[in-house]
Design a protein around this ligand. Sequence first.
Ligand code: ZN
Length: 202
Amino acid sequence: MKIICVGRNYIDHAKELNNPIPNSPLIFMKPSTALLLDGKPFYIPYFSNDIHYELELVLKIKKNGKAITHEFASGYYDEIGLGIDFTARDVQDRLKSKGQSWELAKAFDYSACVGDFIPKGDLDLTSIHFQMKKGDDIVQDGNSADMIFSFDYLIHYISQFITLQTGDLIFTGTPAGVGKVTAGDQYTGILEGKTLLSCNIK
Ligand code: ZN
């Protein structure tokens, strides 16, 4: 399986990092070795002093597809969950300043924490409310209504370049409120009031 991620898909997050609003999706990938399953702790890696959490809605691809039309895209996923796109912001800033690829800041081991999934039929896809809690505080509060590119458009767009396969995950971008993690932090991802993900930082 592979993990395909979308950058800057919420205007408020693009603005908080002083990035331009994209006119086509910004895509990057994480390898299968990035997967951190729900409930497992995240260990801060030695190569970064500025790991950020980014809570995102995640689509689970249910069948293989290539060059999927927008019209048929919704048939390629049945389940939606939450994930944390852990990002080494200091590494990313260093690479960006040199005009280099972000890969090492995003694709490192255990950088993709993935929680439980729920059937998409239980949700209004155009308005999915999700929140990240750090301890008892809500630090991110997002809604799929604020995405620049919709789930179906992302599947259509990505599959023109990359064949989607059963079990692949698409991280659909983070809303504003990203921040630095510290050892001892406890994060909880909540989707429409249901806790789908928890991750402790070590
Ligand atoms: Zn992200």
